[in-house]
Design a protein around this ligand. Structure first.
Ligand SMILES: CCCCCCCC/C=C\CCCCCCCC(=O)SCCNC(=O)CCNC(=O)[C@H](O)C(C)(C)COP(=O)(O)OP(=O)(O)OC[C@H]1O[C@@H](n2cnc3c(N)ncnc32)[C@H](O)[C@@H]1OP(=O)(O)O
Length: 201
């Protein structure tokens, strides 16, 4: 293929940290291991309680810069009959990796995410997800995640490597839709979440 595929989307950067990347550092105010992280936004498809067909993914802080999460596949998440849609599984991995933000206390958005689909995931199955930060280089935050079925030690069904890019709150106010931005700014719970991240402006 021509080079258009790589240049149009901007980058084909490696998803493993470069040799000079820093070790991820757990923020001193990060939630304690075992603590539920809660939603970063009530309307988030991944973690928000306000999205009836969302994933309702509940993530917990782990040791170091790691998180665990669970997601139960419901009929609204099907691709083939009785099986989870691949894009939904990617969303679950993306959301779990995004939850590492809470431990680093930075806001970062997905730049690249590469997924292996290893086993089909049936409706009704619970995906036991883990994600860990593997390195930090400037604004670039590297992470890996996997999802197992049948229990936290069950077989791997999906796994992903990702590169997140640190942004400031202005990323959302500049790019988001005004109605939702205004509603978020008027919500004291949402402001509390936003402030939690402002420690590293
Ligand atoms: C107001 C109310 C308050 C709200 C409060 C909210 C609290 C929220 C808390 C937490 C939110 C977390 C949400 C998690 C949800 C799950 C995660 C998602 O699904 S996020 C959605 C999907 N992702 C996007 O929509 C990104 C879209 N892309 C962009 O916006 C830009 O492309 C962005 C920010 C990713 C990069 O743009 P640049 O202009 O800032 O970046 P440049 O300066 O060009 O690059 C910086 C470095 O990063 C590399 N880089 C940038 N983009 C890359 C890419 N796509 N792939 C690989 N590398 C990339 C570059 O090569 C550069 O590296 P070198 O420093 O030179 O070594």
């Amino acid at each position: 293929m021509s080079g258009a595929n790589a240049t149009d989307s901007g980058r084909r950067e490696p998803l493993t940290p470069p040799p000079d990347a820093g070790r991820p550092v757990r923020h001193p105010d990060a939630p304690a291991p075992g603590e539920l992280l809660g939603a970063h936004y009530d309307q988030c498809f991944g973690c928000g309680d306000g999205q009836s067909h969302g994933l309702h993914l509940a993530a917990r802080a782990g040791e170091g810069v790691t998180v665990t999460a669970e997601f139960t596949v419901r009929p609204a998440h099907q691709g083939a009959p009785g099986l989870a849609h691949g894009g939904v599984l990617v969303s679950a991995l993306d959301e779990t990796l995004g939850s590492l933000n809470w431990l680093l206390r930075v806001i970062a958005v997905t730049g690249r995410l590469e997924t292996d689909f290893v086993r089909p995931v049936p409706v009704g199955a619970t995906l036991h997800l883990t994600a860990r930060c593997t390195g930090v280089a400037g604004r670039k935050i590297y992470g890996s995640a996997e999802g197992r079925i049948g229990g936290p030690d069950g077989p791997v069904a999906v796994r992903a490597d990702a590169l997140f890019i640190e942004v400031d709150l202005g990323h959302f106010t500049r790019n988001g839709r005004p109605d939702e931005i205004e509603a978020a700014l008027a919500d004291p719970d949402q402001l509390k979440v936003a402030r939690a991240f402002e420690v590293n402006p």
